[in-house]
Design a protein around this ligand. Sequence first.
Ligand code: NAD
Length: 370
Amino acid sequence: MSHRVTLIPGDGIGPEVTRAAQVVAAATGVAFDWEVVEAGEPAIRASGTPLPDSVLDSIRKNRVAIKGPITTPIGSGFRSVNVALRQQLDLFASVRPARAIAGVGTRYPETDLIVVREATEGLYSGVEHWVDREHSAAETVNVITRKASDRIVRFAFELARREHRRRVTGVHKANIMKTTGGLFQTAFREMAKNYPDIASDERLVDNLAMQLAKKPSEYDVIVTTNLFGDILSDLAAGLAGGLGIAPGALFGDGMALFEPVHGSAPKYAGQDKANPVAEILSLELLLRHLGEAQAAERVWRAVWETIAERKVVTYDLALPGYTEHPVPASSCSAMAAEIARKVPLVDLSAPRPTYSAARDDAGVDKNLEA
Ligand code: NAD
């Protein structure tokens, strides 16, 4: 049976990295029937709007989508398509795994955590205004509801249970934002009682940022409100090795949309230069969601091997600074082709590769300890 999936190439580097994901998807042998719909700049050119109804209709119909990044002009222009998609489809849970991969420069090779972010309200509610005529003061409304807090916290505990994770950490700023933060805190405490098999604890967001920078391996699943989750998931991506390898997923009621954490990197658009891994690992998450666990595992291991070998990697993984020995940079399409070539060759009976084993074998990242 073929899986009908909505594909939104996006703009900037989006079309290049989504093409890369399609090449890798084809190598898995899983049958896909892509329904390609445009949003962002190509949609504005074609129909005058960045988010045509056809995009929303396609996702509502297919229930699953993969997307490239979409540019949001700063300060003016249209409202973020990404935020609009989340709100209109009620994609309330943003899930961002941060997993270190051998060959990517990270000082935190044990990083393996998931940030679960509430994606529909908080400071992203879009309610803001000038306070006075002189525009000398402005306000943004931080909307926190018990309903949305309950469902995101429940989602995080269910995810932890499904993925055999040991602990969920609730993150807020209830000491200062006593009403909004306090509401989220109460929802977290009460929901945790329903999951006695999973440990739970709480952190203030500023303290957690410091703790993550010191010892990310202490954390497992983190659940928090919209803005904190946005910032912490980028921090976690940086700890694991950077935006180039950070995938993401958004879940609503029976609907899922997969996309990288990174943006449209307009300065690299059309150059076949961008790292395709974050989009390819978003495909891995999509495959798991579709129940194609073996294909997903093949994709993960093929990505791992390609990066660990450092023979065919994009500029950001080839740079000096990651190891003492820079390697020539390959193109986005060449790296995708190399990952696709490896997908059918993966030996699923071999133990899953780990960062420390790869480091001991090859000394790939020895210099990072310096
Ligand atoms: P960005 O992620 O596009 O770029 C940040 C830095 O990382 C840049 O130096 C960029 O060149 C580099 N980079 C990002 N992805 C890369 C990749 N795959 N390979 C190699 N290098 C990569 O963030 P930004 O510059 O803040 O945002 C650019 C645009 O993207 C903005 O309009 C922003 O609103 C939008 N954006 C969209 C999404 C989304 O569609 N989900 C997410 C974040 C940002």
